[in-house]
Write a protein that binds this ligand. Sequence first.
Ligand code: NAG
Ligand code: NAG
Length: 393
Amino acid sequence: MYIYKYLAITLAFVSVISALNNGLGLTPQMGWNSNWINSYYLITYSWNYFACNINETVIMETAKAMATNGMKDAGYVYVNIDDCWAESRDKNGVIQPDSNTFPNGIAYIADYVHGLGLKLGIYTDAGTETCAGRPGSFGYEQIDAQTYASWGIDYLKEDWCNTGSNQPLSRYSIMSQALNATGRPIFFSLCDWGTDNPWEWGPTVGNSFRTTGDIKDNWASFMNNLNLQIPITSYSQVGGWNDPDMLEVGNGGMTTTEYISHFSLWSILNAPLIAGNDLRNIDQTTLSILTAPEVIAVNQDPLGKQGALVRSYNGGLQQVWAKPMADGSRVVVLFNTDSISADIQLEWVDIYVQNTATMTVRDLWARSDVGQYTGSYVSLNVPSHGCAMLKIY
Ligand SMILES: *[C@@H]1O[C@H](CO)[C@@H](O)[C@H](O)[C@H]1NC(C)=O
Ligand SMILES: *[C@@H]1O[C@H](CO)[C@@H](O)[C@H](O)[C@H]1NC(C)=O
């Protein structure tokens, strides 16, 4: 049995580094990313052959879906175009969208997305070429930032392919300053896959920073990315969030129980909630997971403290994750990674509550109070790969 005293760890290691001061990312970003199309084809075919299967139609249809299916009301705002939108540079070095797939240009899409009350994100790469071989921003940071701003872009993800021996902090600083110089607030999402411990310096240049390689739509990949968050929870801060990669909810490679755990844990981790599925053809179950109001409220809590693993049982098979909330309450995820169901105990002392206290337990998925308990609470029969997400107040 291992005990992790996350508050003590936070106090010991919290890095008081000045966050990027662009006024964005006061809570983790919520939106959608077009990479699901790439992911889908990556499973079925090779990256090079089908990886660039995006176009203006799919982006605009997705924005329309997000604006009308309840996701916008739940807090989702960014519609993010990933790799493959760019084609070339003109003689002045200005980046040109792919003329086949984005014939009306990017400003046209930005206007449409803004008209829906949403924001538009775009993608580039810190190297000479993007991961899919499109033009990268290396040496073109200023002109690219100016171009994005002129189009009305609100969010930039910058990838890390083809960067040679460059250091992430030095390259991302250049783009960060170029974005700032445009005068337009543009959310800056760093994507160096955890190279050079971006959690240590990421908040000074970006609003979020990928902490892992790409997530895939299966249980092992989700667990791998989750485990990598355990030692770095204290680095995340308001304006600069750890990013364990997008959500796979709804893509079909995991069970509904597993997707509920994925969404619960990404929420308590203050991870960006970036949907990675086809919103144009979303089913009710997926939609109800992605829009669960009391779960999203945990992610969007203004205190901005990332949840941490505070106790585990049976060698880590059952886990207690906990997060302090702005209103003084605590939220926990009681997570069963085992292949059989299990009872999981929550001790008040693990969430810094006296064991003599009587507290109300609320089920955030059921959106109802469970009852009042003194000292501890046991969640019975948590299913294999499932969880209970509770507020203690
Ligand atoms: C640029 O940086 C300055 C200094 O941190 C900050 O006050 C300003 O709000 C930033 N502007 C934008 C558009 O990010
Ligand atoms: C746009 O992309 C989608 C998804 O890959 C595809 O189904 C559709 O045929 C494309 N439309 C056009 C006009 O290219």
